[in-house]
Design a protein around this ligand. Structure first.
Ligand code: CA
Length: 228
């Protein structure tokens, strides 16, 4: 599936190590050095999974995880918690942090990638991670690439999620609210206009392809992907 992985880690060398390994595994890593900035990122677009360090300056990982779980928009985002063996192991066991999995530092990046893949498969089997071909466009959710005739089309993460969603549900009309729910998790602080803004951006991207009119406006209802 569209694999935007948010990493929240205050140790830059570890953050970078994880990001590089995620990138090499075909994911799209999004970096944050603290929980406060991570919250801003999530407000912009929901990640598919969060790799979260326990000990962070300011808001710590446990508090951040609670806030993610406490918000209806974000409660289903899987979290892998990173802990340092010494002081954190026992505390974690005694606390219900809502994390889906834990890894103790130092950990093998390969093992982390394997666990991320397992969780994503478990959480979104219906999306699959197979590339999808339609109307000359190829969208690869794992590599996070959009191509036309083998040529890479530049596309932002939210527009990518939108296009992935539409391509897997062709010829169906979706209201702005349904789209909000699917892409942003129906967050109260994001309004319908946000959908219109990103649809416009997606159409601007598609202008660089032969599929100028792939996303149709259905007056009074919403949007639909239709191939002419
Ligand atoms: Ca830390």
């Amino acid at each position: 599936m569209a694999a935007n992985i948010l990493i929240v880690e205050d140790e830059e060398s570890i953050l970078e190590l994880i990001a590089i390994n995620l990138h090499q595994a075909g994911f799209n890593p999004i970096r944050s050095l603290n929980a406060e900035f991570a919250e801003k990122i999530i407000r912009e677009a929901l990640p598919d999974l969060i790799v979260l360090d326990w000990m962070l300056p300011g808001m710590d990982g446990v508090e951040f995880a609670k806030r993610v779980r406490g918000n209806s928009a974000t409660k289903n985002i899987p979290i892998i918690m990173l802990t340092a063996k010494s002081e954190e192991d026992n505390k974690l066991k005694g606390l219900n942090t809502g994390a889906d999995d834990y890894m103790t530092k130092p950990f093998s990046p390969k093992e982390l990638i394997a666990r991320i893949k397992a969780i994503l498969r478990r959480n979104a089997p219906e999306l699959g991670d197979e590339p999808i071909n339609m109307a000359g466009l190829t969208l690869d959710p794992v590599k996070h690439l959009l191509k036309e005739d083998g040529k890479i089309i530049s596309i932002g993460p939210t527009e990518f999620k939108l296009l992935n969603f539409f391509m897997r549900n062709p010829d169906r009309v979706f209201s702005r609210n349904q789209i909000l729910d699917k892409i942003w998790g129906n967050k109260s602080d994001i309004d319908d206009r946000t959908v219109d803004v990103h649809i416009k951006r997606l159409r601007d991207i598609l202008k660089h392809t032969r599929q100028h009119t792939l996303i149709k406006t259905v007056r009074g209802l919403g949007y639909r992907l239709t191939i002419d």
